[in-house]
Design a binder for this molecule. Structure first.
Ligand code: AP5
Length: 187
């Protein structure tokens, strides 16, 4: 059974690797960004609430995000483990996740930290912009998302580091190479 997070700056490869880990370990990958985007596409009230924040590269308010994650982790498919991608992203979300897991009698096993340098991150996301057209993949918004990561999310890693659950993996190289490093780090 594995309850884990994948954390790292925008473009580090969290979503790409989360799909692979999910298949390999047989646990659901839960991406807060994907849930928001699906709601924006479906024009739901949640999507309407989140859209302006996402387009600007800012964090969606904790009240909205925390409720969404709490509901998702209450679903039956997470009982035997899960991989959270993109949550928690600030200190308040760490506290909320602690409370959710305590309520379920669970705790985190692993926090996988993916690293890559800023130039590589920007190039990857600009490359994706041409293929997928994500509204937050313009150069100015990409740089703002990276700043938000440094200002708010980097400290989340420190919290888990102090708990001794972080495994750091170099996110540079091919997708297969990174996957291989992740499996080694998890074994
Ligand atoms: P989210 O969807 O989580 O975006 P992100 O963190 O900015 O991350 P990305 O999806 O851009 O990058 P990734 O690390 O997943 O890399 P990927 O695999 O896609 O969040 C979006 C927004 O939602 C936030 O800005 C915020 O507004 C809101 N939000 C989400 N969670 C929230 C929360 N908890 N609280 C508040 N707000 C929240 O890869 C990127 C590209 O690189 C792809 O094109 C991929 O093909 C390519 N690539 C991947 N690996 C490699 C490799 N090894 N070599 C070359 N290219 C690669």
């Amino acid at each position: 059974m594995t309850r884990m997070l994948i954390i790292g700056p925008p473009g580090a490869g969290k979503g790409t690797q989360a799909v692979r880990i999910s298949e390999r370990l047989g646990i659901p990958a839960i991406s807060t960004g994907d849930i928001f985007r699906a709601n924006i596409k479906g024009r739901t009230p949640l999507g309407q609430e989140a859209k302006s924040y996402i387009d600007a590269g800012d964090l969606v308010p904790d009240s909205v995000t925390n409720r969404m994650v709490r509901d998702r982790l209450a679903e039956a498919d997470t009982a035997d483990g899960f991989l959270l991608d993109g949550y928690p992203r600030n200190a308040a979300q760490v506290e909320e996740l602690d409370a959710i897991l305590a309520g379920l009698g669970q705790e985190l096993d692993v926090v996988l930290k993916l690293t890559a340098d800023r130039d590589e991150l920007v190039q990857r996301l600009l490359g994706r912009a041409q293929k997928e057209g994500r509204t937050d993949d313009t150069e100015s918004v990409i740089r703002h998302r990276l700043d938000v990561y440094d200002a708010e999310t980097a400290a989340v890693v420190d919290v888990y580091d102090r708990r001794g659950v972080v495994r750091e993996v170099d996110g540079l190289g091919t997708v297969d190479e990174v996957s291989q490093r992740i499996m080694t780090a998890l074994s």
